[in-house]
Design a protein around this ligand. Structure first.
Ligand code: G1P
Ligand code: ZN
Length: 544
């Protein structure tokens, strides 16, 4: 098969955001658009000739054709071997695992995560490096720079490869191996968690759970692990069949979008445990009967209970959280005598800490938790971790949380999203906030003294690299915080995120609804950024 060089010209805006390049499907369907980005990626890498590349995605609309394009280009660019998930499928954590397990040079993950799919929805592409984690900024910046100057890409002529059967194919000089997307992952999960104890819990008849795969990639993984290896009753996994448009839903596991699951968990005769994962399987939401566990609390509970989980017993080195994530995990780290780390938003910032053995558990408030078993966040892993803790403690989710708060204090927490704002007012909101920073410290807001107001910057303790403009923080004397950020993953207009947090040590005051407990800080946060004057909005579109 002959290598073809195709002449092309740059596209504007091929700049990876918080998590890869995400655009509407129509943008990706433009001739040469995907090819330009993939060639820019390959042109930015060195030393991959003859090496292995992993390719897979969350199965959303455009996944199949994009995989074929990438296989041809990988072969034309000189990769020795490509491992591709059957049907072009690999969840994000499974891709991370496969890269690590088979010593791949890197991997390409096709997903727009929790964004809706289908011809009118979103598509995305992300590069992961040899440690299995998202490419660091120096790589994504190089890709973007190259995309601005690209004038040719390499591909091969030829028919599409059949990807629905496990097999090995020859594509030019390159071997393409179609792998089982679930097997390696399921095996790893079994090595980390107490499967016999979880199986006993799930088959006892006294405990019921529901897992909502949201018609996204975790369906086959959850079926195999929960209903297969762990023998949970058939039907435990709902919306288990992955669909190209996620059944028209928004595959984001939160209280707004996982509607059916939430209705069941807060309804009469609710199951004991409910969980959901997102489009590409890296997010998780955890619910008890009539009980929502914030992702920040989830990370803290996992850390506090690590000794109940075989894969983590006695081996926590440190706990890392993204800056907007609540301080709940820090409290646990403090009590356990472990180091804690505060990184910018986005999983890529955890990679160095995990590689260096400085952190074992990591989490973000955005329904992401994981550990050093891969270099991505991992939805089903978090669900299995929780099941392990529930099986070991024999208590309800609510009882575990209440006990946790009594011991460590409660961090009341909420995130308010204002989606699809026009870009200018959204920028204005951020400028308004940073404009107050010089005079804010020492003044009083919502009855609390401001101790620090800054634009968060992070210096990586491993490689010394610095990332600036990572969110505006207002910190108060009593430990409360308000954080403002603009989303780096949206594809329509701008999304403003306001994160609000307050610490409550007194157990008699820990039972409030977070929106009530934070009401004064929420009002202060809106006033400080002149939300209504600048955007015409008051109430957020999504509250988590
Ligand atoms: C969002 C989340 C962030 C997460 C990312 C990818 O990014 O806030 O924590 O890492 O999605 O799942 P954002 O849209 O806020 O830039
Ligand atoms: Zn995701």
């Amino acid at each position: 098969m002959k290598r073809i060089s195709v002449t092309t010209t740059p596209f504007e805006g091929q700049k990876p955001g918080t998590s890869g390049l995400r655009k509407q499907v129509q943008v990706f369907q433009q001739p040469h658009y995907l090819e330009n980005f993939v060639q820019s990626l390959f042109d930015s890498l060195e030393g991959f000739a003859g090496q292995t590349l992993v390719v897979g995605g969350d199965g959303r609309y455009h996944n199949r054709s994009a995989v074929q394009t990438i296989l041809r280009m990988a072969a034309a660019n000189g990769f020795g071997r490509v491992l591709v998930g059957r049907g072009g499928i690999l969840s994000t954590p499974a891709a991370s695992l496969v890269i690590r397990k088979y010593g791949a040079f890197g991997g390409i993950v096709l997903s727009a995560s929790h964004n809706p799919g289908g011809p009118e929805g979103d598509f995305g592409i992300k590069y992961n490096i040899g440690n299995g984690g998202p490419a660091p900024e120096r790589v994504t910046e190089a890709i973007y720079a190259r995309s601005q100057a690209i004038d040719r890409y390499f591909t091969l002529a030829g028919a599409d490869l059949p990807l629905d059967q496990l097999a090995s194919h020859q594509l030019g000089e390159t071997e393409v191996v179609v792998i089982d997307p679930v097997a390696d992952y399921a095996e790893l999960m079994e090595s980390l968690f107490d499967f016999p104890a979880i199986r006993a819990l799930l088959t006892s008849g006294a405990f019921r759970m529901r897992f909502d795969a949201m018609h996204a990639v975790t369906g086959p993984y959850a079926k195999e692990i929960l209903e297969g290896r762990l023998q949970a009753p058939a039907g435990t996994v709902m919306n288990a069949i992955p669909l190209e448009d996620f059944g028209g839903g928004h595959p984001d596991p939160n209280l707004t979008y996982a509607e059916a699951l939430v209705a069941e968990m807060f309804g009469p005769d609710a199951p004991d445990f409910g969980a959901a994962s997102d489009g590409d399987g890296d997010r998780n939401m955890v619910l008890g009967r009539h009980f929502f566990v914030t992702p920040s609390d989830s990370l803290a509970v996992m850390a506090a209970n690590a000794d109940l989980v075989p894969g983590y017993r006695g081996r926590l080195k440190g706990i890392a959280r993204s800056m907007p994530t609540s301080g709940a995990a820090d409290k646990v780290a403090e009590v356990l005598g472990l180091p804690s780390f505060e990184t910018p938003t986005g999983w890529k910032f955890f990679g160095n800490l995990l590689d260096a053995g400085m952190a074992t558990l990591c989490g973000e408030e955005s329904f992401g938790t994981s550990s050093d078993h891969v270099r991505e966040k991992d939805g089903l892993w978090a669900v299995l971790y929780w099941l392990n803790v529930l099986a070991a403690r024999g208590e309800s989710v609510a009882t575990i949380l209440e006990g946790h708060w009594r011991r460590f204090g409660r961090h009341y927490y909420t995130r308010h999203d204002y989606e699809a704002l026009p870009a200018e007012p959204a920028k204005g909101v951020m400028e308004q906030v940073s404009g107050t920073f010089a005079s804010l410290p020492g003044t009083t807001l919502a009855g609390r003294r401001v101790t620090l107001a800054d634009d968060f910057a992070y210096t990586d303790p491993v490689d010394g690299s610095t990332s600036t403009h990572q969110g505006l923080r207002v910190l108060f004397e009593d430990g409360s915080r308000i954080v403002y950020r603009l989303s780096g993953t949206g594809t329509v207009g701008a999304t403003l995120r306001i994160y609000i947090e307050r610490y409550e040590a007194d157990p008699t005051l820990q039972g409030l609804d977070p929106q009530e407990a934070l009401a004064d800080l929420i009002a202060a946060a809106r006033a400080l950024c002149q939300l209504e004057q600048r955007t015409g909005q008051v109430e957020p579109t999504v509250i988590t």
